[in-house]
Design a protein around this ligand. Structure first.
Ligand code: ATP
Length: 348
């Protein structure tokens, strides 16, 4: 429904800068995960979007219109916290319909919206139960239904999945996607769990110390991270320092011609271990960088083998994940193939 634009948003708590000029754009009907370590400002961002907190500077727009001066109830964004705070003395129907009743919606409409929402969260017929009779996971679903009752444009979820038992997680992931799609929501959810973000979100916004490091699809972040921080967040990575000249890459800039060439740029190459390939015989291919190497460690892990490899020209050993189960021994000389098309060039 709403496109969300966050411009230069900053927030301090007692002199501590928690958000620093945060810029972020979430498309209409998109689901974005805010991912980052504890304390990087994820929850604060949601609170600012919902209007529960006031920003120090910057702007928040829904569909291009600033909402920064609007009170929470006029923004059309609801925030659901991980500890769902249902009213313990009201039954499920009264809990879900609470906001509708406050805004003067008549009983008949309230009743039918509650029925619809209970079906949406897969708890049909639960109208007359009390919150204390429900499991934690069920209460969380009711909290979601209550948030949706007022037909928000934007759904903000604070750690909706990570605190659940492993078997409930998949159910919750599916439910969040279903709600997002059926109710045509723009959804932002907070998580510190990369797998959760990868499995559920359309795009992931990676945060660090109150700013955005990168936003992209799960595949973009995995394959083309902009820096080491993002690369390391999404799995194992190999790094090779060197110089890039046109399409060529020279590890450690070891090429005499490079010394005279002003065009050569110093770069850090990142490549995931499963993209590297080992062979016994040398063969060349223009898309590959082939380096003479030695196996220094081999670990068998069932459907794959982990190798650590020392290449003649490189300072640090590289990791290789081999799904072809090639049988190399520690100490063996091999050729390491690095497909540069699958590498990302990072800023140093
Ligand atoms: P977590 O995953 O642990 O929830 P987070 O990324 O969501 O972390 P925030 O809750 O946004 O982080 O908090 C960011 C920083 O701001 C933390 O250092 C936190 O202690 C601080 N902070 C948050 N709310 C307040 C507040 N009301 N008063 C003072 N400091 C606060």
């Amino acid at each position: 429904m709403s496109r969300i634009t966050i411009e230069n948003l900053s927030k301090k708590f007692d002199q501590k800068e928690v958000l620093k000029n945060l810029n972020l754009e979430v498309r209409a009907e998109e689901m974005v995960a805010l991912l980052g370590p504890s304390g990087c400002g994820k929850t604060t961002t949601l609170k600012l979007i919902s209007g529960l907190l006031a920003a120090d500077t910057g702007d928040i727009k829904f569909d291009g219109n600033s909402v920064i001066e609007l009170p929470t109830e006029k923004r059309g964004a609801v925030l659901v916290f991980q500890e769902n705070l249902l009213f313990p003395h009201l039954n499920i129907e009264e809990n879900i319909a609470f906001g509708l009743k406050m805004s003067g919606v008549e009983k008949k409409i309230r009743t039918s919206r509650v029925t619809e929402l209970l079906e949406l969260v897969n708890l049909p017929g639960y109208q007359k139960r009390m919150p204390g009779e429900l499991s934690g996971g069920q209460q969380q679903r009711i909290a979601l239904a209550r948030a949706l009752a007022v037909n928000p444009r934007v759904l903000l979820l604070d750690e909706p999945i990570s605190n659940l038992d492993a078997n409930l997680r998949e159910e919750m992931r599916e439910l969040i996607r279903k709600i997002h799609e059926e109710e045509n929501m723009t959804t932002i959810f907070v998580t510190h769990d990369r797998e959760e973000a990868l499995l559920v979100a359309d795009r992931i916004a990676v945060m660090k110390n109150g700013s955005l490091e990168q936003i992209g699809t799960p595949e973009e972040l995995y394959r083309s991270p902009v820096n080491r921080y993002v690369a390391n967040f999404f799995g194992q990575a190999n790094y090779i320092r060197g110089c890039k000249l046109g399409d060529e890459f020279y590890p450690d800039c070891q090429n005499t011609e490079l010394k005279h060439d002003q065009e050569a740029e110093k770069k850090l190459v990142m490549i995931r271990p499963e993209f590297l390939h080992l062979t016994k015989e040398e063969f060349s291919d223009s898309d590959l960088m082939v380096l003479k190497s030695k196996i220094i460690k081999r670990s068998y892990a069932g459907e794959r083998i982990y190798y650590q490899v020392e290449a003649d020209k490189l300072q640090d050993p590289l990791r290789v994940i081999d799904y072809n189960l090639s049988n190399f021994e520690a100490g063996e000389e091999v050729f390491l193939h690095i497909p540069l098309a699958k590498a990302a060039y990072l800023k140093e």
